[in-house]
Design a protein around this ligand. Structure first.
Ligand code: GMT
Length: 373
């Protein structure tokens, strides 16, 4: 049965925008009609799909209002699209503002559209501590028809922090394995000046404080004392200046490559031996899954959903937040043992292709939609 599905996300925020967009694309490929209701075109829609539509939320600035009324404009646009396109489902990513806007939009439309809300983390693990917002988050969750979260850890955290009277189902994230796969990009090693025998460690993030990129650099500093290695830092964000200074102070300028924001990450992962994700908050860690799908084992921290993606000793290692000695000793052990590395790399690929396979996750979302309509 073909469904008409509206999707709202922050199109450019990061993992949540990526997952929402990829889900829309896969649903469209299965024949559903997809209506993105967002403030700009989701950034990964890079080809024409005849059954994907984009409805832009226009937010005007009026001198009488101190803040542009995004939430109201979004709810208004949702109501318009629910009615005009006769939506069956409105799937929103983030409890606030998007679930709350969806509830208002549904009331305004006077149609029985079903609301599915997916929690990605920031709305709970950051905003959930703000008493001025918890009531609205709880309302958004309780009034949604179905609520999902991207890891078991996030389900538990949401219950602990927000106490909603609502079941929350775990539906893991996924990646498009047609894109994230081992590719032959070995010429990049030469272009980046990576010598034969040098190991490549990669970190990808938006360089927010929670990503603890300084721990990545500190761990790398210890690793490169034992093993010839280069660190690829991919992305940009608020902590970049601090990280640049740290790299200079440690005398690592010729070993750390700042690549900025990049597309085609599969090419960078395919020349990498190890991924580091040392965040202090991370409800899932989509970038770890992206790396694993390219055959790169990962070392992550023991927080949030990371241990559900990276399994200690199987496809990578888990360390305590801030323990750069533990990270470096596990990294050195892995990078200096070829057989061990090959086995973790194979297991990383297997994890991406089984536990988190896009078909499996897509099926779970489709089941949720079908049960509702
Ligand atoms: O981590 C970020 O800075 C971006 C954030 C977002 O809202 O896009 O990512 C969250 O959602 C991703 C997709 O579900 C998860 O992979 C990230 O772990 C999660 N980030 C945090 O929980 C801090």
């Amino acid at each position: 049965m073909k469904l008409r599905i509206g999707i709202t996300c922050y199109p450019t925020v990061g993992g949540s925008g990526v997952v929402a967009t990829e889900l829309g694309k896969l649903l469209a490929e299965k024949g559903h009609e997809i209506h993105f209701i967002t403030s700009s075109i989701p950034f990964r829609i890079n080809k024409m799909y005849h059954n994907i539509y984009f409805h832009q939320v226009e937010v005007n600035q009026y001198s009488v209002f101190q803040y542009p009324p995004y939430d109201i404009a979004l709810a208004n646009k949702m109501a318009e699209i629910i009615k005009r396109e006769n939506l069956d489902i409105l799937h929103v990513h983030y409890a606030i503002p998007h679930a709350v806007c969806a509830i208002l939009g549904k009331q305004m439309s006077d149609r029985d559209v079903k609301i599915v809300t997916t929690l990605h983390g920031t709305d709970i693990t950051v905003l959930g501590y703000d008493p001025s917002l918890t009531g609205a988050i709880r309302f958004g969750i309780e009034k949604s028809d179905v609520v999902t979260a991207v890891s078991n850890a996030l389900v538990d955290q949401t219950h602990d922090l927000i106490h909603p009277d609502k079941e929350i189902k775990t539906v893991y994230n996924f990646i498009d394995e047609r894109v994230y796969r081992p590719v032959d990009s070995s010429e990049l090693r030469k272009e980046y000046g990576i010598a034969q025998g040098e190991k490549v460690i990669i970190h990808v993030s938006n360089f927010r404080g929670v990503k603890r990129v300084s721990d990545v650099v500190a761990s790398f500093n210890l690793i490169q004392k034992e093993i010839p290695a280069k660190l690829l830092l991919v992305g940009d964000g608020p902590e970049m200046t601090v990280v640049c200074r740290q790299v200079k102070e440690l005398g690592l300028n010729d070993r750390v490559l700042f690549l900025g924001k990049q597309d085609n990450l599969e090419e960078l992962y395919s020349i990498s031996d190890l991924k580091l994700l040392l965040s202090e908050k991370e409800s899932f860690g989509l970038v770890a899954l992206e790396a694993m799908a390219c055959g790169v084992p990962a070392i992550g921290t023991d927080i949030g959903g990371i241990p559900e993606v990276i399994e200690e000793g199987f496809n990578g290692y888990i360390c305590k937040v801030g323990d750069v000695e533990e990270v470096s000793s596990k990294a050195i052990g892995l990078l200096s043992n070829e057989d061990l590395h090959r086995s973790l790399s194979d297991n990383a690929l297997e994890t991406a292709r089984t536990k988190f396979h896009s078909k499996k996750i897509l099926g779970q979302y489709e089941q949720i939609y079908r049960d509702l309509v």
